[in-house]
Design a protein around this ligand. Structure first.
Ligand code: 13P
Length: 287
């Protein structure tokens, strides 16, 4: 069964740990993340970008695949299926398809329009008991071809959006998607503390979890971050493991080409990456 992210994130905020959101791209990634969550006895959030949604044949296919896997693999830890950086239309499509959580990224709209659209989605999610993530202040880097520039969110705007009744809030604090540049200034903890001061108990979300040093992750959690998104690190681990396997020529041995063998090293690499993050975020044995 899929669950809303609300309860797991409130527990994380109270317990001073964070739940990992790991983005999925295909069956192997999904299976690797679900099995690792079960092995770690950790709650988990599966993130789906709109691009990955198209790639995996649409949102209803994904809902069917994830529910089927939870059942067939005997997954008992809490799992939320979450739209990552959704458009307004994408969020509505995921709500209709059976996702248990959605993000509406209205950060590129003027605050008034962000508020109007977020309010409509708050109502739709409340009716069905789904969790909703809103974003204030664009997260830098590239996400599905959209490039933003590492902003720090305005704490007053964060309060305005939090007060609409969203479940969780992604606020830019200098974080960016993808690899961090050499001259990255680091997370702005002053901004994070000012946002926390305004929004109180609302679970805060840290995007761009790849490459943030462990001490910054821990400090962010201590200041109210309850969900951390990781995508690029799984992609890099998958790519590197697959490249190595092909270079070693193992897929050409034995009975010939076997796609299951080709994808196995990447699958294991994702499992290892997810386990490492769950340990760092402190979510192990918190299911
Ligand atoms: P990274 O790709 O930097 O890990 O960020 C993932 C993310 O924030 C997805 O929303």
């Amino acid at each position: 069964m899929l669950v809303s992210a609300k309860e797991m994130l409130n527990k994380a905020r109270e317990g001073k740990y964070a739940v990992g959101q790991f983005n999925i791209n295909n069956l192997e990634w999904t299976k690797a993340i679900l099995l690792t969550a079960q092995e770690c006895n950790s709650p988990v959030i599966l993130g789906v970008s709109e691009g990955a949604g198209k790639y995996m044949c649409g949102y209803t296919t994904i809902v069917g695949m994830v529910k089927g896997m939870i059942n067939e693999l005997g997954i008992t830890v809490p799992v939320a299926l979450h739209l990552d950086h959704g458009s307004f239309e994408g969020a509505k499509a995921c709500i209709n398809a059976g996702f248990s959580s959605v993000m509406f990224d209205g950060s590129h709209y003027a605050i008034e329009e962000n508020i109007a659209k977020t309010t409509e989605l708050v109502n739709a999610c409340n009716v069905l008991g789904l969790s909703l993530e809103a974003e204030v202040g664009s997260i830098g880097g590239e996400e599905d071809g959209v490039v933003g520039a590492g902003e720090c969110a305005d704490p007053d705007e964060c309060k305005m959006v939090a007060d609409l009744g969203v479940t969780m809030l992604a606020a830019g604090i200098g974080n960016i998607h993808g690899k961090y540049p050499e001259n990255w200034a680091g997370l702005s903890f002053d901004t994070l503390a000012a946002i926390k001061e305004k929004v109180g108990d609302m679970p805060l979300i840290l995007h761009g979890g790849t490459g943030i040093p462990a001490d910054m992750i821990k400090k962010a959690i201590s200041l109210g971050v309850a969900k951390i998104n990781v995508n690029t690190e799984c992609q890099l681990a998958f790519q590197e493991a697959t490249r190595k396997y092909i270079e070693e020529g193992k897929d050409l041995q034995g009975k010939g080409f076997d796609p299951r063998k080709l994808l196995a090293p990447g699958f294991e690499a994702i499992k290892a990456t997810v386990k490492e993050k769950m340990e760092l975020f402190g979510s192990v044995n918190k299911a």
